[in-house]
Write a new protein. Structure first.
Length: 92
């Protein structure tokens, strides 16, 4: 445990920041998970809706530098291509 007041304050601040970051990460991870579930069950409308939520969450996380912007772009691209291929398969 820290002894100095400034070190104690830094611990409190870093705990708050970590908790906030964990919440932001949870939002996009949950949205990605739901999108993949709907892709597996071949529910196009729900998958597209959850894809929008996942993209929004990933953009916010990368904007706040919780994840890198290229990581967010890669995850969005992979999810989008999966949903798009599902939509094309369901049209046929």
């Amino acid at each position: 445990m820290p002894i100095k007041e400034s070190a104690k304050k830094y611990m409190r601040v870093s705990d708050r920041k970590a908790q906030h970051n964990k919440q932001v990460v949870g939002i996009f991870r949950n949205a990605i998970k739901k999108t993949r579930e709907f892709i597996a069950t071949k529910d196009v409308a729900s998958a597209q809706e959850w894809l929008k939520r996942a993209i929004k969450g990933l953009d916010k996380a990368s904007q706040k530098k919780i994840i890198k912007k290229n990581t967010a772009a890669r995850r969005k691209s992979r999810l989008n291509s999966a949903v798009k291929s599902l939509a094309l398969k369901s049209e046929k």
